[in-house]
Ligand binder design. Structure first.
Ligand SMILES: Nc1ncnc2c1ncn2[C@@H]1O[C@H](COP(=O)(O)OP(=O)(O)OP(=O)(O)O)[C@@H](O)[C@H]1O
Ligand SMILES: [Mg+2]
Length: 254
């Protein structure tokens, strides 16, 4: 909410798009008349073919770009009236590409919230399943990562980025699920960490795993910048439309 000095902290995680139209080039819209809302704590899965507009929707949630038509509200406040820096501290982001820096594991986790104590960083790592492997590192939390964390496996890098998001403890999150193959055991650990991170927050997830999609409260199917279907997994399966096609097609691949 906005305080006297105009700063904003998202408290509940209520996010609404009303008749949003947007193009990276204003003459060429890539999202057309998008209307939807996320109630606090809901999991919203964005699915659709490549180029459908999933990343673009998350770019707008982040306010990386301003919209041309329509309105985006956070807890009832127009995004245009929210400073970008304030918005980003209220909104966690876990992307496919993990950004680690040279420094200790502890500091890499603390990057999520710079005033977090060591105890809070460890708490976040425990919550998100990262604590186990960190304790096995030569110097535990004080292990210095070289470069961008090249000494770690991809799954371990993801666990650190999930712990980093957890220490920030934002009411809302954007999550771009990794598609890259990590081994099944690591994948289970990462998935459990993600599940713990999502608990109790509004989450927008660009989902690649069917289990994530199935467990979402609302699935939005995008096609050429329009929402063509929305509903729960069961509702959309019963509808027998695009989601049904995607879902049954993907199941055959497994
Ligand atoms: N930075 C950009 N500048 C101009 N056009 C862009 C930009 N990013 C995406 N687009 C265009 O916007 C449309 C939607 O792209 P978007 O990246 O949102 O798709 P997506 O659903 O995330 O696809 P994918 O599954 O491949 O990630 C596409 O036509 C794309 O070419
Ligand atoms: Mg994308």
């Amino acid at each position: 909410m906005t305080s006297a000095d105009g700063r904003y902290t998202m408290l509940r995680g209520d996010v609404r798009f009303t008749n949003v139209t947007f193009g990276y080039n204003p003459d060429k819209p890539v999202l057309h008349d998008i209307t939807w809302f996320a109630k606090p704590g809901q999991k919203i899965a964005l699915v659709g073919a490549t180029g459908a507009g999933k990343t673009t929707v998350t770019n707008l949630i982040n306010r990386f770009y301003d919209i041309q038509e329509g309105q985006i509200l956070y807890d009832g406040i127009d995004v245009k009236n929210i400073r970008k820096a304030d918005l980003r501290s209220s909104l966690g982001i876990v992307l496919q590409d993990v950004n680690l820096f040279t420094g200790t594991v502890m500091d890499n986790i603390r990057y999520g919230r710079l005033d977090a104590t060591d105890e809070e960083c460890i708490e976040a790592a425990k919550l998100t399943n990262a604590d186990g492997f960190i304790r096995m590192l030569p110097d535990g939390y004080q292990t210095v990562l070289k470069g961008d964390g090249s000494g770690l496996s991809q799954g371990q890098r993801q666990l650190i980025s999930i712990a980093r998001a957890a220490v920030a403890d934002p009411p809302a999150m954007i999550l771009d699920e990794a598609t890259s193959s990590i081994d099944t055991r690591t994948e289970e650990v990462v998935q459990a960490g993600m599940d713990a991170l999502m608990e109790g927050r509004t989450v927008f997830v660009i989902a690649h795993r069917l289990s994530t999609v199935r467990n979402s409260d609302v699935i939005m199917v995008l096609d050429h910048g329009r929402i063509i279907e929305r509903g729960s997994h069961d509702e959309l399966i019963a509808l027998g439309g695009e989601y049904y096609q995607l879902y049954t097609g993907a199941v055959e691949l497994e």
